[in-house]
Design a protein around this ligand. Structure first.
Ligand code: GLN
Length: 486
């Protein structure tokens, strides 16, 4: 008996389309119905008419004999990518009613590949957060446990895939926002090398760190999605000029001889016992497949948190200055003079975490503090990148946990921003260095909540990471597990 449609890998969905088991329209309709019936709050905007029109167009292309891995396959976009037709809110009141006049490059590319947009997924406001509780549109629930956060900031994306509301979802990762929600929702997520995926039309948070990524139910699904997202874009000056790649090129290669580095600093006191056990079991599986593990050191790991929480707010304070209530975005209804209009519009439009980061960012960039904070943070960033360079002289990839704990309870940490920041310790280093990172399901921890295993590769080694994840999936079935009732 074949799995329910919403639990099938996209290759199987493509086969179903090819063999006439269902049309793209019926497939999109299946997911739209699941979204409408869902209590996860994973979506901010759904426009069934637009979705079904795209699906009918895919059906016409299929009928004309066109093929392609994503032709007719539904995908959900994180509400950080701007879209024509659907609202583009960044999870913020500031943009609550905003409809973009153009599509982000990622959105445009996926549409050209024939993927069918299911709507926009919920996220932390301007992608700032680790729990998806900073969204103006409310928290997202974790499909494995309705009392748990889904992780963030791409929480809606990960919950949608885990909950069978979308086979694929785009995400963005500035300091962990693809990997960490993927881990907490028991799905696979990859953040590529900085510059792989165009940032054009991706609402900016911290431009030197922001990178689009892919979330799916397996390495194969992520490879197909990333393949359609990636590539040079002249409209993004930090986009890298590399030929497009087959991200499944390493599938089927044995892991014999693969050298995996385990950073001592990723397995210290801060790591929860349940997460440690699941990660160790995953590493044992990788060894049983022929890989060898070696202790390495990333001595500046702890400094990633202070460096990131200076650099990211600094860039955010600059990027978010454009939301002033004049050009677009929320404008206060009542105000006195011009300055008062700016103040009220921004005070009303931005939530507390965004305001906190604008304050911090403005402070660290101001005269007299720039050298003490911002410049120091940039130096730390270089040290962190150098640590990886030294490690990659000895090993092929690095492995470790994604998050020190499984998903915490909704509401548990909302009053404690620093506690949220500390939970980013294992994802921030790769972001600061611009390296690719992947999270794959490796079991369950406390409360039956999912645990992810992180793989970090050298620059542009996404295909290798996905190949390792694919080999891991041949030996394990964590990626095939589904939350009850989903
Ligand atoms: N949790 C981190 C933050 O709050 C990372 C977010 C992200 O990657 N977008 O900034």
């Amino acid at each position: 008996m074949s799995a329910p449609i919403h639990q099938r890998p996209i290759q199987a969905l493509a086969r179903g389309l090819r063999e006439g088991e269902f049309t793209a329209e019926a497939l999109a309709g299946h997911f739209l119905a699941r979204i409408a019936a869902s209590d996860l709050n994973a979506f901010i905007d759904v426009q069934p008419e637009l979705t079904l029109a795209q699906a009918r167009e895919a059906d016409r292309r299929l009928a004309a004999g066109e093929t392609g891995p994503l032709l007719g396959i539904p995908v959900a976009h994180k509400d950080i990518f701007v879209t024509r037709g659907w609202r583009s809110t960044a999870g913020s009141r500031m943009l609550a009613d905003y409809v973009s006049p153009f599509d982000a490059t990622v959105v445009e590319r996926l549409a050209a590949a024939g993927a069918v947009c299911l709507g926009k997924t919920n996220c932390d406001e301007f992608a700032m957060g680790s729990a998806n509780e900073n969204s103006y549109f409310g928290a997202v629930r974790n499909p494995w446990d309705r009392n748990a956060i889904p992780g963030g900031s791409s929480g809606g994306a990960a919950a949608a895939v885990a909950g069978g509301l979308a086979p694929l979802a785009t995400g963005t990762d500035t300091g962990g926002s693809v990997r960490q929600p993927a881990a907490m929702c028991g799905v696979t997520g990859i953040k590529p090398t900085y510059g792989r995926v165009s940032r054009y039309g991706m609402i900016a948070f911290a431009s030197s760190l922001d990178q689009g990524g892919a979330i799916g139910r397996s390495a194969g699904d992520c490879a197909a999605l990333l393949g359609a997202m990636a590539g040079f874009d002249g409209r993004d000056s930090t986009s890298t000029e590399r030929p497009t790649e087959d991200f499944s090129a390493w599938f089927g290669r044995p892991l014999e001889g693969l050298r995996i580095g385990l950073p001592r600093e990723f397995f210290g006191d801060g790591l929860g016992d349940d997460v440690r056990a699941a990660v160790e079991a995953g590493l044992e599986t990788l060894r049983s497949l022929g890989a060898s593990t070696h202790e390495v050191s990333l001595p500046d790991t702890e400094l990633a948190i202070p460096a990131y929480y200076v650099i990211a707010p600094a860039e955010a304070s600059s990027n978010l200055s454009r939301f002033d209530g004049v050009r677009y975005g929320h404008r206060a209804e009542h105000y006195g003079d011009l300055a008062d209009m700016y103040e009220r519009s921004r005070a009303e439009g931005f939530g507390p975490e965004v305001q906190r980061r604008i304050l911090v960012g403005t402070y660290v960039l101001s005269h007299g503090y720039y050298d003490a904070y911002y410049l120091q943070a940039q130096k730390l960033r270089r040290l962190i990148a150098n640590d990886f360079r030294a490690a990659f002289a000895k090993v092929d990839v690095i492995a470790g946990p994604v998050s020190p704990t499984v998903a915490w309870n909704l509401g548990e940490r909302t009053d404690d921003p620093v506690r949220n920041y500390l939970a980013d310790v294992y994802t921030l280093p790769a972001s600061l260095a611009g390296l690719p990172g992947l999270s794959m399901p490796t079991g369950f921890g406390a409360g039956g909540r999912p645990v992810g295993l992180q793989l970090i590769g050298n620059y542009f080694e996404e295909a290798r990471l996905l190949g390792i994840a694919h080999a891991f999936e041949q030996r394990t079935d964590w990626h095939r597990r589904n939350p009850d009732g989903e």
